[in-house]
Ligand binder design. Structure first.
Ligand code: PGA
Length: 235
């Protein structure tokens, strides 16, 4: 099971330091078997010392270094000990307007550098309303230029309409998409989109789900640890 947390632009160096200490203690005390990955903001990466779990980058520019004002490249990420990255998150696609072509370039670059890539796909509400065939056709396009046989690939199905809305997909919705994705893929498939304490058990119990990517509900370490504890009962 992979239990991951995406802080987005939340938390500061101080709060992440205390979060990481508590999370490490929890993992050590419970001897958890799940793989835990946290994606904190860039500014917190140099100082955070994850123990028993990984800290990954929420983004990265596909270059080793250079004239890319405002971006973080490979040199800066490896300097922080990072070897895991989120690519294709819906907020990068829809809010920051990243194209599939650029996302694929990013994927290729970080693949070449052996990063574990947590690659996100998912449909907006207007596509979901058209039914499962439209959903799968939409997701198919998000695989353009993506090497789905990459060894260090983790896929996250995150319907856009479920992200940050409090409206999670139902287990039936998730299973339908995951089973369809599973046909051509060997990698773990996570679900993300309004995962919380009330729905995580049912979601994690689905044989089609290998873990979760949690945004809002991961922000309090106590909540995130509760989800990990539930995952531990299932593995
Ligand atoms: P959410 O975010 O859990 O707040 O819906 C999930 C994500 O964006 O990965």
């Amino acid at each position: 099971m992979i239990i991951s947390a995406n802080f987005k632009a939340n938390h500061t160096r101080k709060s992440v330091a205390s979060y990481f200490t508590q999370l490490s203690d929890f993992i050590a005390t419970k001897e958890t078997k799940s793989e835990i990955i946290v994606f904190p903001p860039f500014t917190t990466l140099p100082e955070t010392k994850p123990k028993g779990f990984k800290a990954g980058a929420q983004n990265g520019y596909p270059a080793e270094k250079g004239a890319y004002t405002g971006e973080i490249c490979l040199d800066q990420l490896t300097d922080c000990g990072v070897d895991t990255i989120l690519v294709g998150h819906s907020e990068r696609r829809h809010v920051l307007k990243e194209s599939q072509e650029f996302i694929a370039r990013k994927f290729e670059f970080f693949k070449r550098h052996n990063f574990t890539i947590l690659y996100c796909v998912g449909e907006p509400i207007e596509i979901r309303q058209k039914g499962i065939e439209s959903v799968m056709a939409y997701i198919e396009k998000q695989f353009e230029g993506i090497d789905t046989s990459y060894t260090n690939l983790v896929l996250a199905y995150e319907p856009v309409w479920a992200i940050g809305t409090g409206l999670s997909a139902t287990v039936d919705d998730i299973e339908e998409v995951h089973m369809s994705l599973r046909k051509g893929l060997e990698c773990p498939i996570l679900y993300g989109g309004s995962v919380n304490l009330a729905n995580c058990k049912e979601i994690l119990q689905s044989p089609s789900v290998d873990g979760v990517l949690i945004g809002g509900f991961s922000l309090q370490v106590e909540d995130f640890c509760k989800v990990i504890a539930i995952a531990e009962e299932i593995v």
